[in-house]
Design a protein around this ligand. Structure first.
Ligand code: ZN
Length: 243
């Protein structure tokens, strides 16, 4: 009843500072999941388990049985750190929200999104962080149907249609996928989307020693897939680089 409000404020401040320090320590030592300190534990230690969790989540999304509803408790738990189980490179497209499609809560996925799901220098740094520091056992490159960035690239390859400003940077980086699939049977846009996923899987290990070493050591898998806007389904996640 007569408690000094200044003591309460001080107590709460120290409590918050303590949590912050714990989080920094865990990140700094790269041992977040090895210590018994309070905080999240990864949901998947292996690539295969991570793939299973993502595909089961997509099934729940498809059936309208998503479990990611109340996030308040999760948010508070995550103040102590993060232990995502997959790093995902996806497109910026507003119709492709990765956590929703895979039915995963905050703290589960380490996400990079850029139009056309292409590997950029800063994106590569983020993905390396997901693998090297956060220890995610799986990296996913996810394309999607009706991708505007790939469609713009096809229009450029087919008819020389250019885009304003920095958008052409996206087009030029996707161009090899459009060119490689121009004469292939079937739907050019779909084929280019799939090829673009393959090209960027290859780019991850060609441009990053960290990722190449992790793959060679069998610590991670890098897989690709394509999300279909119409059905809501994500194709089986698998290694596509040599396909
Ligand atoms: Zn897209």
């Amino acid at each position: 009843m007569s408690e000094d409000p200044r003591k309460i404020v001080r107590s709460r401040f120290l409590g918050a500072a303590g949590i912050g320090l714990a989080a920094v320590t865990m990140a700094g030592t790269n041992a977040g999941r090895a210590v018994a300190a309070p905080g999240p534990v990864t949901a998947a230690e292996t690539p295969e388990k991570a793939i299973q969790l993502l595909q089961e989540g997509n099934e729940r999304f498809l059936k309208g049985q998503a479990v990611c509803e109340s996030l308040t408790a999760t948010r508070l738990e995550l103040t102590a750190g993060q232990a995502p189980f997959a790093t995902i490179l996806g497109c910026s497209d507003s119709r492709v929200p990765l956590e929703t499609l895979f039915d995963q809560k905050p703290g589960q996925l380490f996400v990079v999104r850029v139009a056309g799901n292409i590997v950029t220098d800063s994106g590569l740094g983020s993905i390396e962080y997901g693998v090297k520091v956060l220890n995610t056992p799986l990296v996913v490159v996810l394309g999607h149907s009706s991708c505007g960035a790939v469609d713009a690239t096809i229009k450029y390859v087919a008819n020389g249609v250019t885009q304003p400003g920095h958008i052409m940077n996206l087009v030029r980086q996707i161009e090899p996928a459009a060119t490689a699939t121009e004469k292939k049977p079937g739907n050019w846009l779909y084929n280019a989307i799939a090829q673009n996923v393959r090209n960027n899987i290859t780019a991850l290990t060609e441009r990053s020693t960290i990722l190449a070493d992790a793959v060679n050591a069998k610590k991670i898998l890098i897989v690709g897939g394509v999300y279909d806007l119409h059905s809501g389904r994500i194709s089986p996640l698998r290694t596509l680089a040599k396909a």
